[in-house]
Design a protein around this ligand. Structure first.
Ligand code: 5AD
Ligand code: SF4
Length: 440
């Protein structure tokens, strides 16, 4: 008999991917179908994020709400990073929860489902060679995670504690999965890892030496895969060989997320990022040089920035603004520092903490600066011709929408294309940060 699954996913693309794995495992092995109504569900799953404190704090009120409205006999499971972080405490605090499944234990979903009050959060668990069931429906874009865990020790980050040490997924498995996806009509792959360009440092099976650059090259040779993207690389591991392949390989989209975190070398050191402001700017300059050498004049650069890290002075924050002005990021995710347990920054003395109002003001200034930059950059896009992969269309209103190679979302006016179709578009208008154009 078919049962219904409701799943709520918070956090990063890795969590999205974990949810996809869970949905596919439950569909194939337990006959679950997705519902978007929790009141209808036989199983309610909350796939959580713990990178900042706020969503974690909301978890218990959410469980309470689901418990109040759920069907009689329906189960509630908590998975993801908060599950790893809080473990059995979740069941102690909330008796409505039937099982807890850590971010590194996702392949055990069918086991915990049948074990009352199961808590599976082993941080050393290794499912890097586990072959998950395939999703039942496939779009034109697919996520593919190439490694699990993270070996970095960034002083603000709880992820190494929730996802454990870094292990790469064997290349053969990745290539065969990518071929399977291509055969199902996937055109664009988004490779995922906490630190993608550290690929190949550790495998849990005997393995030939393969680095991220080689993996990219091998994946790009698969017929049917038209575009490759990846997130997130670490600026420290962006060597020239990688930048050259990025620039040269036509299938690698010319958009890259390079988390800056701070523009101040002093704060970067306190964050244990392993690079300086100068190193970061040099890598961006090299990237643009390599791309220009290949005739690619536009490369989309995205970033993550934390403001209000302990000890951040006004001058340090000015350094961050300076980098933002210099690089002119195309996308920027920005956050106020949130102290997290199990991180080394959590122990920093309280006299160094940045006042909450000051941090809020810095975040607003940073975001305003970025808005101005984006509006200016968008104006410069007018007249350019770009390749767009159509992801969405509206027959009645007569438009399509998709992303350019350099990752800008573009509305194509007066054209209803097929989803998955690649079209050449001239950009004709920019409104704030958004772009529209017409087919040429
Ligand atoms: N506080 C605020 N932001 C954080 N991030 C990671 N840890 C914290 C924290 N403790 C941000 C970083 C990271 C993104 C996923 O979340 O910018 O790149
Ligand atoms: Fe993703 Fe990190 Fe949040 Fe876990 S804590 S879901 S790895 S962003």
């Amino acid at each position: 008999m078919t049962k219904k699954l409701y799943i709520q996913t918070l956090g990063c693309a890795m969590n999205e991917r974990d949810s996809e794995h869970i949905i596919a495992e439950l569909a194939q092995k337990e006959s679950y179908k997705l519902t978007d109504n929790p009141k209808d569900a036989d199983l309610i799953l909350i796939n959580t994020c713990s990178v900042r404190e706020k969503p974690e704090r909301k978890l218990f009120s959410e469980i309470g709400q689901f418990a109040l409205h759920k069907k009689d006999g329906a189960k509630i499971g908590v998975c993801g990073c908060t599950a790893s972080h809080l473990g059995s405490e979740i069941i102690k605090k909330s008796p409505h929860v039937d099982f807890v499944l850590g971010a590194r234990n996702i392949s055990k979903i069918t086991q915990v489902l049948h074990t009352p009050k199961a808590v599976e959060v082993d941080i050393d668990y290794d499912d890097s060679t586990y072959v998950f069931a395939s999703p039942q429906t496939m779009g034109i874009k697919a996520l593919l995670n190439i490694s699990i865990g993270c070996d970095k020790k960034c002083s603000y980050c709880i992820v190494p504690f929730t996802r454990g040490k870094e292990i790469s997924i064997p290349q053969d498995l990745l290539l065969s999965e990518a071929r399977k996806l291509a055969a199902q009509g996937v055109k664009e792959l988004l490779l995922l890892g906490q630190n993608v360009n550290n690929y190949g440092v550790r495998f849990s099976v005997p393995h030939e030496r393969v680095d991220f650059t080689t993996l990219l090259r091998n994946l790009s040779e698969i017929e049917g895969i038209a575009r490759l993207r990846f997130t997130s690389p670490h600026p420290l591991h962006m060597n020239d060989e990688f930048l050259a392949e990025f620039a040269r390989n036509k299938k690698i989209c010319k958009a890259i997320h390079i988390p800056l975190q701070s523009g101040s070398s002093k704060i970067l050191k306190a964050m244990k990022r392993g690079y300086s402001k100068e190193w970061y700017l040099d890598r961006v300059a090299r990237l643009r040089e390599f791309c220009a050498h290949e005739g690619v004049m536009d490369v989309g650069i995205g970033t993550d920035i934390i403001v209000g890290f302990p000890g951040e002075s006004e001058a340090d924050f000015e350094d961050t603004l300076e980098v933002v002005r210099a690089v002119e990021f195309d996308t920027m995710y920005s956050f106020i520092y949130s102290p997290r347990p199990h991180t080394s920054a959590y122990e920093i003395e309280s006299s160094l903490l940045v006042d909450a109002e000051v941090a809020k003001d810095r975040l607003a200034r940073l975001q305003n600066l970025h808005k101005e930059i984006l509006a200016k950059k968008s104006q410069r896009e007018i007249g350019k011709i770009v390749e767009v992969l159509i992801e969405n269309h509206h027959t009645q209103e007569g438009w399509s929408e998709g992303r350019s190679d350099h990752n800008r979302l573009i509305r194509i006016v007066g054209f209803v294309g097929e989803i998955g179709q690649m079209v050449r578009v001239r950009i004709t208008k920019a409104h704030g940060g958004s772009l529209s154009g017409e087919v040429v």
